[in-house]
Ligand binder design. Structure first.
Ligand code: NAD
Length: 416
């Protein structure tokens, strides 16, 4: 696919990083270092498939910057994984860690594959093969993987087991997003949605909207979107619209969220059960107070930014809004909570999991939520303050807060 510059996530990430570093007074040398990962590994993973033939998969691991601490970030299994995507996502992880002030740098991994077409056995061999390929460069104090698109706690368990075999000691802090019985953390599965719901509640306070009067539209009904719908429904907001890859549902009186969650399949599809649906593009423009893109990139662009009715946009998905659309929405007074903050709940609870593994003492779900809330609200306030005092849009403000920590760590270490 040939993307325009504004839709290429590496290009748009670098554009905002450059602007943020300039605003903070860092020189071109800092941009030159931070515009790309410090290290990028490309690995080849042979897997004996069920049909008796060997298929060689390509995988990546990017370590953006480890000046602050070990790098950290998910591994995605998807046919569209590219080197540029993994690089951009590793930079985003550095920003997320900087924004939330957790002691990591950014990392990310990916394998070009389609898990929907692979057996359980093939997925296990691929997961173990990936760990063998990168085992020299990862570890609990070097680079800590986690789940991402189409990877889950079972895949983390296989990866943990392979790493522990290679290293010959049990090493739960090597990876996060594990099953509870292998040292996972309470609240990890719902962490992203929980973080988004905390951001929505804070945004409603800033916009002086009572949550009981709030109407929410959520694009995407997978892990992030469906849990978020549940949390918003439980908090008393009206979820008036949802969608999946096939289309959207909208009811101004509120949808039956419990029913939809009960009926959705494991890929987050549910609209196929309904005769009357709307398109995803229509859904984004429907009447609501809060719009949450929780599916894929580049959904809000110059073509529809003027038509968005919501006064609050919270980006649960990575990169759902282009840079031009961000400025249009900001000029229109829409409060945008950018992806690098809104979807940081996952990495924060991953950090909690690693801390619990390191100390061998485990927290309750309530403790996890309480600590998550504190970190996310503190981060939002820092960004909101930067937005107001520096007169920059919320995305640039978030990048300024996030990249500052990395750049300062680089300076203190004397790298630049
Ligand atoms: P998921 O695979 O569980 O669900 C994706 C949902 O989006 C499904 O309902 C799917 O039908 C829908 N979808 C797919 N293609 C679509 C399209 N073209 N148009 C409209 N809908 C489409 O994924 P998820 O884990 O919920 O992640 C969703 C987004 O949130 C992604 O951008 C992901 O990177 C981001 N995110 C997720 C997490 C997490 O912990 N799950 C953390 C950080 C960021």
């Amino acid at each position: 696919m040939n993307l325009g510059e504004s839709e290429n996530i590496l290009y748009s990430t670098q554009t905002v990083i450059k602007e943020a570093l300039e605003k903070l007074g860092f020189g071109d040398d800092m941009f030159d270092l931070l515009k790309e990962p410090l290290r990028l590994f490309k690995v080849r993973i042979p897997v004996l498939m069920d049909n008796g033939k060997v298929h060689v998969f390509t995988g990546f691991r990017a370590q953006h910057n480890d000046a602050v601490g070990p790098t950290k970030g998910g591994v995605r299994f998807h046919p569209d994984v590219t080197e540029d995507e993994v690089k951009a996502l590793s930079i985003w992880m550095s920003l997320k860690c900087g924004i939330t002030d957790i002691p990591y740098g950014g990392g990310k991994g990916g394998i070009i594959c389609d898990p929907r077409k692979m057996s359980f056995k093939e997925l296990e061999k691929l997961s173990r093969g990936y760990v063998r390929a990168i085992s020299q460069v990862v570890g609990p104090s070097k680079d800590i993987p986690a789940p991402d698109v189409m990877t889950n706690s079972q895949i983390m368990a296989w990866m943990l087991d392979e790493y522990s075999r290679i290293r010959e000691f049990d090493s739960p802090g090597f990876i996060t997003g594990k099953p509870l019985v292998l040292g996972g953390s309470h609240g990890r599965e719902t962490a992203t949605a929980k973080g988004v719901s905390i951001m929505i509640k804070e945004a409603l306070i800033k916009k002086e909207i009572d949550i009981l009067d709030a109407k929410v539209v959520i694009q995407g009904f997978g892990n992030a979107g469906s849990y978020l719908a549940k949390f918003m429904h439980e908090a008393g907001a009206k979820v008036v619209g949802i969608s999946d890859v096939l289309g959207g549902l909208y009811d101004p009186n509120g949808l039956d969220i419990d029913f939809l969650i009960d009926r959705r399949d494991s890929f987050g599809t549910v609209t196929n059960l309904f005769k009357k649906t709307i398109s995803n593009q229509e859904l984004l423009e429907m009447d609501c107070d809060i719009l949450v893109p929780a599916a894929i990139e580049n959904q809000i662009t110059v073509d529809n930014a003027e038509k968005i009715k919501a006064s609050i946009l919270v980006e649960a998905a990575n990169g759902p809004t282009t840079l031009e659309a961000t400025q249009i929405l900001s000029d229109r007074g829409v409060l945008l909570i950018p992806d690098v903050l809104a979807s940081a709940g996952g990495v924060i609870v991953s950090y909690f999991e690693w801390v619990q593994n390191n100390q061998g003492y485990y927290w309750s779900e309530e403790e996890v939520h309480e600590k998550l809330e504190k970190i996310m609200i503190r981060a939002l306030n820092k960004i909101y303050q930067t937005h107001q005092t520096r007169g920059v849009n919320m995305r640039l403000a978030a990048y300024m807060v996030g990249v500052r920590k990395v750049a300062e760590a680089v300076k203190y270490r004397g790298w630049i």
